[in-house]
Design a protein around this ligand. Structure first.
Ligand SMILES: [Zn+2]
Length: 141
């Protein structure tokens, strides 16, 4: 494989699209090739700077000029696109508190069924219990 092909694999690796056997061959090559190692470090640096960069938004006047030139649709979007992750569920506090209380009370009824030990505990004959030192014994409930 050529260095150019390995550098394509570096891009795939950074996108998490490289399979395991390919990545082991890539890392073997990186240990021997300083040029590809330099490419790898530069790619990591560019990626880190892009992750930390402020998002860029085009000014509204650019939208207007592009609309006037017919490059984008003329109707204005009513609002900017909202990601589903930006939406918040509004819940009145009493309703949320009631649901939390119901969950807590419900768990009290469900918990014994989950943690019930179906096997009875072993009972030892009294003479065996006499062999246990007194300080180790716990009183019966
Ligand atoms: Zn190389």
């Amino acid at each position: 494989m050529t260095c150019e092909q390995y550098q394509m694999q570096i891009c795939q690796l950074l996108e998490n699209e490289l399979r395991g056997e390919e990545s082991s061959a890539l890392f073997t090559h990186l240990s021997a090739c300083s040029e590809c190692r330099g490419f790898f470090h530069a790619s990591l640096q560019v990626r880190a700077e892009l992750m930390n960069a402020e998002p860029i938004t085009a000014p509204d006047e650019l939208d207007d000029r592009m609309r006037a030139a017919g490059l984008i649709p003329t109707e204005r979007p009513s609002s900017r696109k909202t990601s589903i992750w930006d939406l918040r569920i509004a819940f009145p506090l009493p309703a949320a508190a009631s649901i939390a209380l119901l969950l807590i009370i419900g768990s009290l009824f469900v918990a014994p069924a989950l943690f019930h030990d179906p096997q009875p505990r072993h009972e030892f004959p009294p003479d065996v219990l006499q062999l246990v030192p007194v300080e180790w014994r716990t009183p019966r409930p």
